[in-house]
Design a protein around this ligand. Sequence first.
Ligand code: AMP
Length: 188
Amino acid sequence: MRIVLLGPPGAGKGTQAQRLVDDLQIPHLSTGEMLRAGQDAGSELGLMAAQYMESGQLVPDELVVGIVDQRLQQQDCQNGYLLDGFPRTVPQADSLSELLQQRSTKLDLVLELNVAEEELIKRLLQRKRPDDTRETITERLQVYQKQTSPLLEYYSTRGLLASIVGQGTPDEVYERLREALQQHSDNT
Ligand code: AMP
């Protein structure tokens, strides 16, 4: 299966993605993780991305699309994958669609984790990532509203979107994700 996991920072994408990939036996493609790994390795790409990430801005589309393109060429992606944190803009979604077409494949499902803003801020302040300061949290939530949330309509009009309530315990949220997957496979 080829799945996109969408949702604002703090919605629990990382936690739920891990469970999904373990269950479905597909690779977990997190652009945030890829960019952080690039930074840790001191690669040129990682260093270019750092300034954007530290301020809560999005890294330029070409850069992110490039790393996804390369990753999709690897052997372990041939039978599906879970994209986490990509696409994050409409141009990225268009580029993803081209990458899929080039490979004669399609997305199966876009899963959205929906969580109220007060809860997101609470969760992000508990996390200990270097880009989780009060200023960058506000910035990243605004960036999500402005640049990423249009993807909900983008995928909804294409009949690919399943929205899941992301409040509650990780187990409760995971159960809802499994139900959405089940419903999808019943309909196909
Ligand atoms: P994440 O781990 O998904 O929360 O991503 C952390 C940071 O990496 C984001 O705040 C962005 O600066 C950058 N990033 C990750 N994925 C993307 C993407 N698809 N497009 C642009 N920037 C991204």
